[in-house]
Design a protein around this ligand. Structure first.
Ligand SMILES: *Cc1c(COP(=O)(O)O)cnc(C)c1O
Length: 426
């Protein structure tokens, strides 16, 4: 089957609302490349959106999945429990920031984890309001659409949305003159005046925004909000679904902000490529929910749990947090060199192996240029480099290589990227 014939079948069979970045179809994939059904190799700067941090079909993951699938595939943890679920919760409790006592619960997707974190925060505080940020992305279910900022394509005509969600300004250093504490004070003032501190169950924030544009808030922003939340009797939920599991150069990005979140949501990199998500947090908050109040048929599926444990072992064994730092060290100077020659790049930003460039119309107005961004990304694809865009204005080109990507593959990817910028006319 060629990509072309698969694409024809897809158009007849698959709902068009589900779209793909490229129209080549995958045959197999490894630690740094995908091979399509036409035999063409792609350098992977997407990692399935920050999922395959350990690479595709990582050896330990394959072995663990094979062993688990032979023992049992599903009993439902709510019906007949099993050890690997507990193992994953213990790992989450140990690896997330903070040495206080924690509990975890497992789910299937990031959106489901965020929904449950909101349920837990509301239950534990007895309050309704959830504070979220400009450019935030938290998922596509009804509640998480309400939490997500961007209308197209995530929310358009999918409402009405859940209530008691309040959006405040993000710290966005490129487009914002405020430092972190001042940006936090601006947000806090809005919360106090327009929501009321006593009504706030949780402040929900991505320590580095994902789909919203890889926005890295100024230092002191997240910690300022956490300090305020603690004083106000509210919960800080860090959505580390994209930033977690070594992606930014540590197990979690909150560490770089000096923040020990009350609740953390995880998914993407957690499952070693299988669907698994978690909510981890302070025991006092997690224990508040009545017995039976949380769950789901598939949450913490044993095969996904086995894959997660093998993935975490791989991250430890190969020091993948250090690998993310090495990727940053290799890529950032190259990206800065491109930016120096190309006035369309307003900023190179990110942390670890979560890097991006924001593309604007030259001239100092910082006018977003989604057309050039799409053109550069398309040129990368023509060159065999799989890149993604993001951002409220679609003008951010982001890079999320698997953390196991060989240096030589990364180097080839960077050369394709340089060529792509050079080939797209100004
Ligand atoms: C991807 C993502 C989600 C949603 O996860 P799904 O598994 O797609 O439901 C939520 N929050 C952040 C920060 C994400 O990057």
């Amino acid at each position: 089957m060629s990509s072309k014939s698969l694409h024809d079948r897809r158009r007849a069979a698959v709902a068009p609302g589900v779209s793909s970045v490229i129209d080549s179809y995958v045959s197999h994939a490894s630690g740094g490349t995908l091979t399509d059904v036409d035999g063409r190799e792609w350098i992977d700067f997407a990692a399935g959106i920050a999922v395959t941090n350990v690479g595709n079909s990582a050896p330990r993951v394959v072995e663990a999945v094979r062993a688990q699938v032979e023992r049992f595939t599903h009993t439902c943890f709510m019906v007949a429990p099993y050890e690997v679920y507990i193992d994953v919760c213990e790992q989450l409790n140990a690896l997330t920031p903070g040495t206080f006592e924690k509990r975890s619960a497992l789910f299937n997707s990031g959106a489901e984890a965020v929904e449950n974190a909101v349920k837990i925060a509301r239950h534990a505080t007895g309050r309704p309001a959830i504070v979220v940020f400009e450019h935030a992305y938290h998922g596509r279910t009804n509640l998480t659409m309400a939490l997500t900022a961007k209308n197209m394509p995530y929310k358009h005509r999918f409402g009405p949305f859940a209530g008691e969600i309040y959006r405040v300004p993000m710290s966005y250093p490129l487009r914002d003159t405020l430092d972190g504490p001042a940006a936090a004070a601006r947000a806090i003032d809005l919360i106090e005046k327009q929501v009321g501190a006593a009504n706030v169950a949780a402040v929900l924030i991505e320590p580095i925004q994902g789909e919203g544009g890889f926005v890295v808030p100024a230092p002191g922003f997240v910690s300022g909000l956490h300090a305020w939340a603690t004083g106000a009797g509210a919960v800080l939920i860090a959505d580390e679904i994209q930033t977690g599991f070594c992606r930014t150069g540590d197990w979690f990005a909150s560490t770089f902000e000096g923040v020990e979140p009350d609740l953390i949501t995880t998914a993407k990199g957690l499952g070693g490529g299988l669907p698994l998500a978690g909510v981890t947090g302070r025991a006092a908050i997690m224990d508040a929910v009545h017995v039976g109040g949380l769950g789901g048929t598939y949450g913490g599926n044993p095969i996904a749990c086995a894959a997660a444990l093998a993935g975490i072992e791989t991250m430890r064994e190969l020091s993948l947090a250090d690998a993310a730092v090495a990727i940053e060290a290799a890529m950032v100077p190259r990206l800065r060199a491109i930016a120096e020659q190309d006035p369309r790049i307003a900023e190179v930003r990110g942390r670890g192996a979560m890097l991006a460039v924001e593309i604007v119309v030259p001239g100092g107005e910082l006018t977003p240029d989604p057309a050039t961004t799409a053109a550069v990304s398309a040129a990368c694809h023509r060159g065999g480099l799989l890149t993604l865009t993001c951002g409220t204005y679609g003008n951010v080109l982001r890079f999320l290589p698997p953390l196991v990507m060989p240096a030589e593959t990364l180097e080839r990817g960077m050369r394709i990227l340089e060529g792509a910028f050079a080939s797209v006319g100004r």
